[in-house]
Design a protein around this ligand. Sequence first.
Ligand SMILES: Cc1cc2nc3c(=O)[nH]c(=O)nc-3n(C[C@H](O)[C@H](O)[C@H](O)COP(=O)(O)O)c2cc1C
Ligand SMILES: [Mn+2]
Length: 469
Amino acid sequence: MKDMRDFIQAAEKEGQLKRITAEVDWNLELSHIAKLNEEKAGPALLFENVKGYKTPVITSVCTTTERLSLIMGAPIKSSLVDLMRFWVEKSNTLIPPKFVDKSKAPCKQNIMKGSDIDLFKFPVPHYYPKDGGRFMGTAHFFITKDPDSGWVNLGTYRAQLLAKDRIGTQFIKGKHADIMLKKYAAMNKPMPVASIVGCDPLLFLTGAARISAFVSEYDFAGSVRGEPIEVVQGETVDLPIPAHAEMVIEGFVDAKEFMDEGPFGEYTGYYSGVGTDKRNYEQVTCVTYRDNPIYWGTTVGKAVTDTHMTMALSYGATLWQQLTVGMKIPGIKAVYCPPEGAGRFLAIISVKQMYPGHVDQVATAAISTEMGAYGLKTVIVVDEDIDPWDIPRVLYALSFRFQPNRCQVIKRGRSTPLDPSLPIDERDITGRLLIDATIPYEWKDKPIPVELDPDIVKKVLGRWQELGF
Ligand SMILES: Cc1cc2nc3c(=O)[nH]c(=O)nc-3n(C[C@H](O)[C@H](O)[C@H](O)COP(=O)(O)O)c2cc1C
Ligand SMILES: [Mn+2]
């Protein structure tokens, strides 16, 4: 899979995509159709007739495990956990991207520069009633480059359509683009950026993933694809651009320049940026796009949407990988970060205990990984006989194995400013709760589980029909 067109073809073949030919308004109507469809776990939607525009809009690309499997190149019936295992495997190797000539890069088929630039030429949706405007970049990512090391980052950060040649940014403190922007600011230079709208959906998954600092998301994507991602030099910025992208918005972010941005209906189910938040913005220098481009958007909003599925996959996999491959902690059976918690606020980890304190090690390690150190609030550790995605069994453990006195409250940790459980002006720091829902390893007298006698089970199953079942 090289681009969005390959995805559309594959999804259509699997009955995972629906074309909508009736006219639909970009103003609220399109997003509401998409959201209601997502709540029913419906197909990806290709809106072919958006009021006032020729360009089609695709939504709901990542909402189901079937479509995540198609994107990852895994068997279509894979579960989220199968995909997480696959992700962990692929993160052990990295394949850097490969530059191709501009003539082989469809993203260069059309080029707008200078006064020709007009982002209103694209059918950018207005998603939720109280959004501050239309959001150009939702299922997109910004490409940036570290001025010191040359490390190229792909990061998904929302981008509001602010003017015909401006889009907003929301680089939350400590995100890779924020770290880079501060370096450019110290050098008194604006930061070159490119926003990519519509491409191989895998690149969006990686843009939203918590790949470690100094590792390029391109290299991880190359590993998943088993071959280098094809990139091409930007027109006005020195950045590698996905050659098969539908739309590329090149420009600069000046750390000293601000505009009003937001609010936006975020993945927490609440608006963020309420009031007069000022943010840096991208001043656009060039827009390139394919012939008959396809615009890609996503609803974000209340769980469960593309955002939650994407994060549950990539954040869960990253946590798993960091605990096992990174920290080499023994006994980790599985990790699950439920989509309902956007894969980031709640983690459930199943462990085969091997020594006293093992559970505490796992729980404190989880909140210290790159993934867990940012905003993870609750860690539940269960014994190896419980699959962490089997929520009824997790509730069982929380009822019969959990003891409040074995919980630990961590008072301070890095938070996300989007967490609605904290007061709006005090969201830098969060508390954390580590829940031990296991039977302690060191107990000599462990509770004796009630199990059926295997011989009798065999015998009654042999009589099953006779018994009238
Ligand atoms: C649809 C969507 C929108 C997002 N919007 C933002 C945003 O506005 N700001 C932000 O800092 N993170 C946002 N995120 C989360 C980041 O993509 C995520 O933290 C990622 O790790 C950032 O890349 P980085 O690790 O290279 O900084 C969003 C994720 C998704 C899926
Ligand atoms: Mn990154």
